[in-house]
Design a protein around this ligand. Structure first.
Ligand SMILES: [Zn+2]
Length: 188
């Protein structure tokens, strides 16, 4: 499947609000190929040459519903730096990811979130859990995985899993006070 700015559905398409269903495991060829295509999109989108040539907008994650397919499949590629300045790299091709626990402590990105399916600016804090524990099948390693995520990576995973519920990041922005400070929250 060709995935680019033209084939990614936007939030003016009601499909983006549709609930995604779990897929059967082991993955059928069609689902596995879709997951690989989603992953390839994210990889290629951060390569300036490919992005330019193939009309890709840079992303750290994409879910199947964003190409109009309501299945619980998502690919993420996240680079981050820990408190000691070490590089962190996470990449997954996830089927049926579930948040099995999440911290009471909150976290949000200082500059807000973005989404391949959202063109308009939506400024404001998107408050999420600071840490989440997720179980899923990961096609990249062909294993069932338990992911303990924190920081930026935890935000990305929650954003992608929200797509399965038809939720977009700006649904969480406090319309009366978009930049309201959240006591005790970690600002990233
Ligand atoms: Zn998104």
């Amino acid at each position: 499947m060709t995935i680019n700015q033209n084939t990614i559905i936007k939030d003016d398409n009601p499909l983006i609000r549709q609930k995604s269903l779990p897929v059967s495991l082991p993955l059928c060829n069609e689902d596995a190929q879709l997951l690989r295509d989603l992953f390839q999109y994210v990889k290629d989108s951060t390569d300036p040459e490919k992005a330019e040539k193939e009309n890709l907008r840079a992303a750290v994650g994409i879910s199947a519903i964003q190409v109009g397919i309501p299945k619980q499949l998502t690919a993420v590629v996240v680079n981050d730096i820990d408190n000691d300045g070490n590089d962190l790299h996470y990449e997954y091709m996830l089927a049926n990811p579930r948040i099995i626990s999440s911290s009471v402590q909150k976290s949000y990105l200082e500059n807000g979130e973005g989404c391949l399916s959202v063109i308009d600016e939506h400024e404001g804090f998107v408050v999420r859990s600071a840490r989440v524990k997720i179980q899923a099948y990961d096609l990249l390693t062909d294993k069932n995985v338990t992911i303990r995520a924190r920081g930026y990576f935890a935000i990305v995973l929650q954003h992608e899993i929200d797509h399965f519920k038809g939720i977009l990041f700006y649904d969480y922005i406090n319309s009366k006070d978009p930049f309201a400070k959240v006591p005790g929250a970690i600002v990233i």
